[in-house]
Unconditional design. Structure first.
Length: 292
């Protein structure tokens, strides 16, 4: 434990690194949906396609944050195409977020950042069972991480998101017998779009918890955690022992990062963001503006 405390002290003045690669297999696919405020929706579409030349990225309205200014729609959501771990894709993401920030884009407590991972990353029902058990066990640490650069995870204006852990904790016997429900878009993780174990552009596992952010390092950190948590869920897991730990609330953040990550940089970036070791990642969520 002394070594762990020392490692945290060493990280107090470090920033999350934005990297050219996450060392992911080329077959792993992902996408990101970035909600933003304070920019006209029409302008964002123009920026994407006419200035940034991101023609395969899309800008949509988002009903939960949509408002009007001079009869024009404000705010929206930028959706990436299917991405892989390449220098070019990380460069495009960084350029986009820098551009939004320079044009006075913001995120408030209403905004989220959704991460979609190609569901072909899983090959069996056992992978899903391991995932929801591990998610339930380490939920507190995961939610702290998904608060991003803010103190806590946002609460949705239309009600608190349904945590899959609620179901898992109340149905452990069913879950352990592989009776896994099709968690949907009301849940913090959605399996509603999962179709098969083969690649398909719309065959994704969606992480809906992360706070909104225009910080490229945090966006990349979100993607890194989601993919590597799913990969770790493919390891052989002692189901009985994991259920015992869930029931007895036995978990800690160091156990989590050692299970998920192989590289120290992954562990460091996770700890910095989760534990708010640097004050730049410990902001208060902004209130949203009213335009009209």
């Amino acid at each position: 434990m002394k070594e762990e405390i020392k490692s945290l002290q060493d990280l107090k003045n470090k920033f999350i690194e934005y990297r050219d690669t996450l060392n992911l297999d080329k077959n792993i696919t992902f996408g990101i949906e970035i909600e933003y405020e304070n920019i006209l929706n029409y302008d964002m579409t123009y920026f994407l396609h006419c200035i940034l030349d991101l023609n395969d990225w899309n800008n949509d309205t988002e009903v939960d944050i949509m408002e009007y200014y001079n009869n024009q729609i404000m705010n929206g959501e930028v959706k990436s195409p299917v991405l892989t771990d390449t220098i070019d894709n990380w460069k495009k993401l960084s350029e986009l977020l820098n551009f939004i920030r320079k044009h006075n884009g913001i995120v408030s407590y209403r905004c989220g950042t959704h991460i979609n991972i190609g569901a072909h990353i899983f090959k069996s029902i056992e992978n899903y069972l391991n995932f929801i058990l591990l998610w339930t066990l380490y939920e507190n640490e995961i939610y702290s991480f998904f608060s991003g650069e803010f103190k806590k995870v946002r609460e949705r204006e239309k009600g608190i998101i349904d945590k899959i852990s609620y179901y898992v904790r109340n149905n452990l016997e069913d879950i352990s017998n592989y009776n896994i429900p099709l968690f949907n878009q009301n849940n913090d993780v959605s399996f509603i779009k999962v179709k098969s174990t083969s690649f398909d552009i719309n065959n994704v596992i969606e992480f809906r918890v992360p706070n909104g952010t225009l910080n490229e390092a945090i966006c990349q950190n979100y993607i890194n955690f989601c993919t590597k948590f799913l990969l770790a869920s493919k390891k052989e897991l002692d189901i009985e022992k994991t259920i015992y730990k869930i029931q007895n609330n036995k978990h800690n953040i160091f156990e989590l990062i050692d299970y998920i990550f192989d590289e120290d940089i992954d562990k460091d970036n996770f700890l910095i963001q989760s534990l708010k070791l640097n004050q730049i990642y410990n902001k208060k969520l902004l209130k949203h503006k009213t335009y009209e």
